[in-house]
Design a protein around this ligand. Structure first.
Ligand SMILES: [Ca+2]
Length: 200
């Protein structure tokens, strides 16, 4: 529904990202919640800052990947935090690929007072409020992003689609609205949550 505002000069083709090996996995947007766009690798988008400079609106939930050559850089802006796990079929992993995960930003966790928390290392967390990730063949199901960030992972087995999740005991009040600075200003001048995945 918002895709038209996100399309960058190049193509719209998550298929190219997935590569010929996964031609059978056509990208779909479950529930219409996510949009999928691709960026021209010529714009050398390899960091979150690059993405913002390229004109991707960080306030729109989106999945964006460079497509022309490896390493492929994929970004999920405002990952879904209103349920335990969300599959992102547009981002597929193949056996033998190496994956590095970066992430940052903040999330509205809901409740009274200051309720925004960092997505990667929330404080306090009460054992909750961490972003989670599952890379088939590389992680043991959903794991806390903080524990696998900036560490090369090797995709074994069969690969598959990215999953991102969130830990909470009440999901309906989560999201990215009504920004506050969070406890101890942890979210002061901090953007909404994002995940950057480098695939090589
Ligand atoms: Ca909540």
């Amino acid at each position: 529904m918002r895709a038209s505002t996100l399309i960058l000069p190049a193509l719209v083709a998550a298929v190219a990202l997935a590569g010929p090996a996964s031609a059978g996995n056509a990208p779909v947007s479950p529930g219409g919640a996510d949009t999928t766009t691709s960026t021209d690798a010529g714009t050398t988008i390899s960091t979150y800052a690059d993405l913002i400079r390229a004109g991707v609106d960080p306030n729109l939930q989106s999945v964006t990947c460079s497509t022309q050559s490896f390493p492929v850089h994929c970004f999920v802006i405002e990952p879904t935090v209103t349920q335990e796990a969300t599959t992102y079929p547009a981002i597929q992993f193949q056996p033998g690929q190496r994956v590095v995960i970066e992430a940052g930003g903040c999330v509205q966790t809901g409740g009274r007072g200051l309720t925004w928390k960092r997505y990667v290392n929330p404080s306090p967390n009460n054992g909750l409020y961490h972003g989670t990730i599952a890379i088939p063949g590389a992680t043991n199901g959903l794991v806390v992003i903080q524990n696998v960030i900036n560490r090369p992972l090797l995709v074994g087995a069969n690969g598959g689609a990215l999953q991102l999740g969130y830990q909470d005991d009440g999901y309906s009040d989560n999201g990215y609205s009504a920004h506050d600075n969070g406890t101890g200003d942890q979210c002061k001048n901090v953007e909404n949550a994002w995940v950057h995945i480098t695939i090589s």
